[in-house]
Design a protein around this ligand. Structure first.
Ligand SMILES: [Zn+2]
Length: 730
């Protein structure tokens, strides 16, 4: 009896629950109005979005009216009960036949509409103009009483879709720095606020004292204890806020360089007292925060300033932008050494600040188009940030078209930044089912096998990896074979749907790129097979308009051209192949043993310095190649890597000389290399030729390095690297 009564009550409640409270459209005719208050731009956008999608679903256009007294059946945007809502939060509430969408401020009403469309009107959004919806002629909304606040007041991420589709950013609830940071200043703002170009020559004392001298420059920092610097900066900040009324947040943050802080006696003393260079930084920021108490100051805790100071506490209006750039990504931050170091810093900051912005990195920046299976760690990391007082979050995932699942990455990050406690596997499946349709199970299996392969390999996952690093791990030949089978099945499953087939093929590019890279590094490949794979990759990247392979703007077309020139046989062989290397001026210890084979193995390095390249740091390099016997040749070429982001600069000069006895040398040629400030990754050959062949057994290569990073470079004042792979003798 009891059970029966319970069931009856339950059924009654369920019936009430599904009872339509508001009917928006009945048999294709609008039966509701969207009411907004005049002059509220955000509510207007929310109304437009709702009107647009109701029309896409049903064909009916709901009128938008600025009505002071809503009628029964209306949807009232911006009205109703807003208690308990925070910035961007919303409440959906039905009352007496009307629906109220309340906002906690900023874009709350838009996000309320998005939730209404997603959860009650059957719309799902995946990428640029990529969405699904249930078409129907009658739309009703059940009784609703639901309020949500975001886990982070500011949520930033990246996806190419943001540029292609204006709805995308609203739907995924992303914000952009220009919306909140005054004056267009977005990190690394020191040199924009007090430019070294303007003050450096007349006031070198305003800038960092590094390794024996003042070094004004774009990557150097300020002398933070100099009172004139404080006054000048305050004046500039005042003028920036005056020019940007309504903006309250400004970035006053170190330039992009590591260990380029000032070490003058005053700065040094303060930093020693505080246990590191964050000391003088926070003292400086607190002074600004005191002078402008109604404004907020964001500063980076990045690289050399990652750790909190010992004594000084940031004022509440100092925002700490904490970056975990150096951490590895195969497991959550709590579970490996690099992550634990960051977690320790974050715990320290969370004890002294409630105003933390976490900048997290979630893609391979040197190889966007390369598998990066970090999905299982996203949620735990975002929860960790939330639980350590982060109120703002930037998930930097590249988002470049053709990269590793940029659409799914942004989708999952967006959902988790709103609520870090959702089920991530459900999110991934929901995305894949919606975006790939019948191909979803195969792509899901691919991703899961890749994730398992990474963990089983016990290799790190690094944001500057090369796929070659994983050639014996998650990208070993057996795994690659299975991955390709999954993608073949995925393509087959959607072969009659060109839109879905394109999505599958776009998502396959990272695997195809990884295979090309591994073939290049291994060298012993079937040339015709590699040529066919290269042609396919070239065709697909052109067809889909893939802009770049990495954050240095190297295009796929250039890559394919270089690949043919550098890595595919057809070129004359290296007469120095397998030559013995006799070091005169050795490379860095970790490259020494590897260099003895790599310099003459006929395999040329790729765009990531981590494989095959031999590096010298802060010094010149010199060695002799012993060819084993007298050989006749007419050219010597040394191939160098140019990659400024990794402090890899071209050397200044290369000198070649030759000998028959390794005692008496005669000049062969020398060449100077012009300075190159371009951020693009390049390979630069330094070649000398003799008009007629010479005969010798020994070749001496002397390389004059830049040694110290110049003032325009991130590493100003610190040792510069040069990287060499392959000396080719012909
Ligand atoms: Zn100083």
């Amino acid at each position: 009896m009891k059970l029966r009564r319970f069931c009856a009550a339950f059924l009654l409640l369920a019936a009430m629950g599904v009872q339509a409270q508001v009917t928006l459209v009945k048999e294709g005719k609008p039966t509701s109005r969207i009411c907004i208050e005049k002059g509220n731009e955000i509510d207007r956008q929310a109304a437009d979005l709702l009107q647009d999608f109701v029309c896409r679903i049903s064909g009916a256009t709901l009128p938008i009216v600025s009505a002071p007294s809503p009628m029964k059946g209306d949807i009232v945007i911006g009205g109703g009960n807003t208690s308990g809502l925070t910035e961007d939060g919303f409440r959906l509430q039905t009352d007496k036949g009307s629906l109220y969408i309340g906002s906690g401020g900023d874009k709350g009403s838009i996000y309320g509409v998005v939730t209404l469309l997603e959860d009650y009107l059957g719309v799902a959004y995946y990428g640029a103009n990529a969405y699904t919806l249930d078409k129907r002629s009658t739309i009703t909304i059940p009784e609703l009483k639901r309020a949500e606040n975001p886990a982070f007041r500011y949520r930033q991420s990246q996806c190419y879709a943001m540029k292609e589709d204006p709805i995308y950013k609203l739907w995924f609830r992303f914000e952009e720095p220009k919306e909140v940071f005054a004056g267009g200043l977005w990190v690394h703002s020191f040199d924009k606020i007090m430019p070294s170009d303007i003050y450096g020559a007349s006031h070198p004392e305003y800038y960092s004292f590094i390794n024996g001298e003042r070094r004004p420059g774009k990557a150097s920092q300020w002398c933070l204890t100099n009172p004139e610097v404080f006054e000048l900066v305050s004046h500039k900040i005042d003028s920036i806020f005056k020019a940007n009324p309504g903006m309250n947040l400004i970035s006053v943050s170190q330039n992009d360089g590591n260990h380029t802080n000032c070490t003058c006696p005053d700065c040094k003393a303060l930093d020693e007292l505080e246990g590191g260079p964050t000391g003088s930084l926070i003292h400086f920021l607190n002074k600004l925060a005191e002078r402008f108490p109604d404004k907020e100051f964001s500063t980076l805790a990045y690289l050399y300033t990652m750790n909190p100071p010992k004594h000084v506490k940031p004022l509440p209006n100092v925002n700490i932008m904490l970056c975990d750039i150096d951490c590895k990504r195969e497991v959550p931050l709590t579970d490996n050494a690099s992550g634990q170091e960051f977690v320790k810093a974050m715990e320290g900051w969370s004890k002294i600040s409630k105003n933390i912005f976490v900048w997290d990195y979630g893609i391979n920046f040197d190889n966007f188009v390369s598998p990066f299976p970090n999905f299982p760690i996203l949620q735990k990391n975002i929860q960790l940030f939330k639980e350590h007082n982060a109120t703002m979050h930037f998930s930097q995932i590249g988002g470049s078209k053709g990269g590793d699942f940029p659409e799914m990455r942004a989708y999952m990050v967006s959902k988790l930044m709103w609520n870090p406690y959702l089920n991530t596997d459900s999110l991934m499946r929901a995305f894949m089912d919606g975006y790939y349709g019948a191909a979803s199970p195969y792509i899901y299996q691919y991703e899961k096998l890749l994730e398992g392969g990474l963990l089983a390999s016990r290799k790190d996952l690094w944001i500057y990896d090369s796929p070659v690093t994983h050639k014996d791990g998650m990208l070993n030949a057996n795994c690659r074979k299975r991955y390709n089978e999954f993608f073949d099945q995925a393509e087959q499953a959607v072969s009659n749907d060109p839109v879905l087939l394109d999505r599958v093929r776009l998502s396959r590019l990272p695997l195809q790129y990884a295979e090309l890279e591994i073939a290049r590094a291994e060298g012993n490949h079937d040339v015709e097979e590699v040529k066919a794979k290269l042609a396919l990759f070239k065709g697909r990247t052109a067809q889909y308009g893939i802009p770049t392979l990495n954050e240095r703007n190297n295009t796929p077309a250039d890559y394919c051209k270089l690949y043919t020139e550098r890595y595919l046989p057809g070129r004359a062989r290296n007469l120095a192949k397998g030559a013995k290397v006799i070091w005169l001026d050795e490379p860095s210890p970790k490259y020494k043993a590897m260099g003895e084979a790599a310099l003459t193995d006929e395999l040329l390095g790729g765009t990531a310095f981590v494989e095959s390249w031999v590096g010298w740091e802060g010094k010149d390099g010199a060695f002799v190649l012993d060819l084993g016997k007298e050989v006749s040749f007419s050219s010597i070429n040394s191939d160098f890597l140019h990659q400024l982001g990794q402090w890899v600069l071209l050397p200044k000069r290369v000198t070649y000389s030759v000998s028959s006895d390794n005692k008496t040398y005669r000049a062969f040629g020398e060449k100077s290399i012009p300075e190159d400030r371009s951020v693009e990754v390049k390979f630069v050959g330094v070649k000398c030729e003799s008009p007629s062949p010479v005969t010798a057994r020994y070749i001496k290569v002397e390389i004059e390095g830049v040694k110290t990073c110049p003032s325009w470079h991130y590493g100003v004042g610190y040792p510069a690297w040069f990287f060499l792979d392959e000396v080719t003798v012909r």
